[in-house]
Structure formats: C-alpha cells, structure tokens
Design a protein around this ligand. Structure first.
Ligand code: ADP
Length: 437
C-alpha cells in the first residue's frame, strides 16, 4: 500500500507541476521522485544482501514500507532458527557429555559402517583417533577379521568377543545396537578381567576335581576289594588296605580343610577378629609343632631377636606361620636345619623360616603362591601337600597388609619371610594378655 501511495504521490506532484512549469519540468519531477524511490529500494536490497551473507551473526536490517513487512517476517524466521540451533547445540553437548562420561567405549556408525563419532574410551580401546577417523570405515581402522565378519553378517543378538593384540592382550565385548534409519551404536566394554576370572574359575574346578579324583579312586578300589566276598584277604593285607584308605581319606580331608580356609579368607574382606598377638609365644607353639612333625629328623631353632607383638588375627597368623614351617619340614631332607626368626627391620617386623632343603629354581618362585602350583608334584604328594599352603599364606599376609619374600637357590636352601607393616607392630610391653591360639 505504502509503495502505491508513494507512486500516486509522485504522479500528483507531476500533475501539479505540469500547468505551472510545463511538461518538461513535470516529467523531470516525476523522474526525480521515481529515482529517489528506486534508490531507497536499492539501499534496502543492498542491506538485505549484506545481511544474507551471514544471517545468524548480524541483526536483521531495518526498512520501511513494503520492506518492513518482509524484514519483520525474516526477523521472526531468523529468531526461530537461532533458538532451534541453540537447542540443537545444547542437545549435542549433553549427548557428548553423556558419551564422555560413559565407562564403556561408544562409536556411532553410519549406514555404511563409517565412523561418525566416538568417545575417548572407544579411542583407547580400539585405537581410533577422535579427530581424524570420523568418516573412515571402522574395519579400516580396527583390522580384525572377526569384526569385519560380524559387521558383514548383520546379526547382533549376541555380542562379539574380540581379543586384541594391542593394549596388552585386551579382551573386548562389542555390542551393536541399530538405531535411526540404518545407523548403529557400537558399545565396547573391557572384559579382560572377567575373562581372566572365568579362566581361573575353570582351572580351579578342574584342579580340585583332579586332586580329589586320585585318592577317591584309590579308596573306592580298596573298598571294592574289601567288600568282594570272593576275594579272600589275610589279616595283614586287610589292615594294610585299611591303612592306605585312611591315608587317602586324610589327604582328601586336608584338601577340603584348606579349600574351606581359602574360601573363608576370600569371602570375608577384612582380617576379622584382631587382637594384639604375642608373636614370641605363638612361635614357641609353632616350633613345638614343627618338632613333632619332624619326628627328630631335623634341628629346629627359634630366634627371637626382638619380642615384638603384632596387631593381627591370631588364628590366621598361626595358620600362615604353621604352613611356612611345615613346608620347611616337609621339603628339607632328614638331618637338615630349620631356623625360625622374629626380628625388627626398620619399623617393620619380619618372621622368617630358613631351611637347608633342596632350594627352588628362580623360574618357579613368582608362581609358588598360585593355587595348586607345585615345583615337584610327586614330592608334594608324598609329603601330603595340598598345593594350597602358600596360597593361604599369601591371602593371610595380604589381609594384614604384609608381604611374602622368597629367597631360594637350588642346592642352598630356601628362606620365606613375612614382612609386617610398622603400624601393626607393637613393643612387647603392650602385648599382654597373651593371645596365641
Ligand atoms: P604344598 O602343599 O605342595 O606344599 P604349597 O603351596 O605349600 O603346596 O607350596 C607350593 C610348592 O612350593 C610346593 O609344592 C613346593 O614345590 C614348593 N615349596 C614350598 N616350600 C618349600 C621349601 N621350603 N623348600 C622347597 N620347596 C618348597
């Protein structure tokens, strides 16, 4: 309307000028009016063109007449777009932050399995570069035939277990969740520890079954012979069989007892019932037991360099020390020496058992505390060993924040030392009442 009024105004001014100044001046006045109108439109157009170069950064230009309506409509449109974009940016930031906070690796894949985005954990697990790799096919970066086959097969009900050569043999579980049109969300979780625990559990069950199998077979065999009415046995033979059955039954009993001790140590996190233990008194008892076990075949010396007491679980301590000492008795040939000592090392306290036995090759030493690990299987069975003694010792010491040190050389004997932290060590004066069991 305004433009029509302006044109009408120019025409009227021209018609007024014509009778006064003649047709030339009237035409000149109309031309001038039209030129001014055109200049205003050109200026508005130039402002609009300038604004359109970066519409989100600059304010919408002002304009009058027909321009005002167009520019106001544009202004509302741009305001709505800016709001929408801010909302989108906020949503994206929230999504990214959630992705960053996830304890698992996340990779977004497009319809062609090209990487769209990944979080830092996915970069660490799969060796992706968050900046460089988006846009690349995932299988080009993670070169593993199982992954390529999994993506190609397109069946994602079961996760894929991926054993990687990198990252110290890390084991990943990859789950794919399809979403949107044909995109995929890949979730990568580190299951290295769970795999290790599962392997240990399987080995443990196999080991226990194996340990129980041979004594059970022996007992079952003798029982069959003894109950077979057709087999005539003299009294001496019968007694011999019964004695062997008793020996194998004891072996099974010892194994079950050690398993129960280990299981109790594992299921209960803290060291349990702790008191101030009079270690010298406890060690005197341990020495008596060693002498009884040795039956006079070894010399067993006890040296208390400092009568220190220890804040500990007396029963567990006795079990650990007893295991170390009975190993020394079992593995040291007759006539050998066994020395027990309790002493101070700086602010720490150390219990050591040294023997003049066969010693242990260095390659076995780091594995001795593994369950059922034996250097010499037949020797261990001969001595009635369950293969769990040092595993129990290690558990007890760990619960007391103590460490086990093993020094040994083939042919030169062995020395096992339990080193207790300063905060558990008390001077002898504090040690009343005696708490040795
Ligand atoms: P075991 O019941 O077989 O003795 P342990 O866990 O107590 O089981 O010990 C593990 C292995 O460590 C033993 O089988 C033995 O080979 C070795 N070992 C332990 N103590 C000694 C020792 N004092 N001298 C030599 N070898 C030892």
């Amino acid at each position: 309307m305004r433009s029509a009024w302006a044109l009408a105004g120019i025409g009227i001014v021209g018609l007024i000028v014509w009778p006064i100044a003649g047709p030339v001046w009237a035409l000149a006045t109309v031309c001038l009016g039209l030129l001014l109108l055109l200049a205003r439109h050109a200026a508005n157009l130039a402002a609009l063109a300038d604004w359109l170069r970066d519409p989100l950064a600059k304010p919408v230009p002002q304009g009058g007449g027909a321009w005002e309506q167009v520019l106001v409509a544009l202004y509302h449109f741009v305001r709505a777009r800016i709001k929408q974009e801010r909302q989108l940016a906020d949503d994206l930031t929230r999504f990214r932050n959630a992705g960053l906070a996830l304890p698992d690796g996340v990779v977004l894949l497009d319809a062609h399995d090209h990487i769209e985005w990944c979080n830092p954990i996915a970069s660490e697990y799969l060796g992706l570069d968050e900046q460089r790799d988006p846009g690349q096919p995932l299988v080009n970066i993670v070169r593993h035939p199982d992954l390529a086959a999994y993506l190609e097969h397109g069946e994602y009900a079961e996760p894929l277990t991926l054993r990687l050569a990198r990252g110290g043999g890390r084991v990943l579980s990859l789950a794919i969740i399809p979403y949107g049109e044909a995109q995929k969300l890949l979730l990568a979780s580190d299951i290295t520890l769970a795999e290790k625990v599962e392997t240990m559990r399987r080995d443990f069950v196999a080991n226990v079954s194996h340990e129980l199998k041979s004594p059970l077979t022996v007992v079952a065999g003798f029982l069959e012979t003894l109950t077979d009415s057709e087999v005539k046995l003299d009294e001496e033979r019968r007694r011999g069989y019964l004695e062997m059955m008793r020996e194998h039954t004891r072996r099974m009993q010892r194994l079950v007892e050690d398993l129960l001790t280990l299981s109790a140590l594992e299921s209960d996190r803290g060291p349990g019932d702790e008191t101030l233990v009079d270690v010298p008194a406890l060690l005197a008892g341990v020495r008596e037991e060693a002498l009884a076990l040795s039956g006079g075949r070894h010399r067993v010396a006890l040296s208390i360099e400092d009568p220190l007491a220890l804040f500990a679980n007396a029963q567990q301590l006795r079990s650990a020390f007893g295991n170390l000492v009975s190993n020394a008795v079992h593995y040291t040939p007759a006539g050998g020496d066994i020395r027990l000592s309790w002493r101070r090392r700086g602010a720490q306290a150390v219990f050591s058992v040294s023997d003049s036995g066969p010693g242990i090759e260095p390659r076995h030493i780091p594995r001795l505390t593994e369950r059922f690990y034996r250097v010499d299987h037949s020797r261990s069975r001969e001595t009635g060993g369950t293969g769990l003694g040092l595993a129990i010792v290690k558990h007890v010491l760990t619960r007391h924040q103590a460490t086990l040190e093993i020094e040994s050389e083939p042919g030169k004997g062995s020395s096992f030392s339990a080193v207790f932290p300063a905060r558990r060590v008390k001077s002898a004066a504090d040690a009343a009442p005696v708490a040795s069991t």
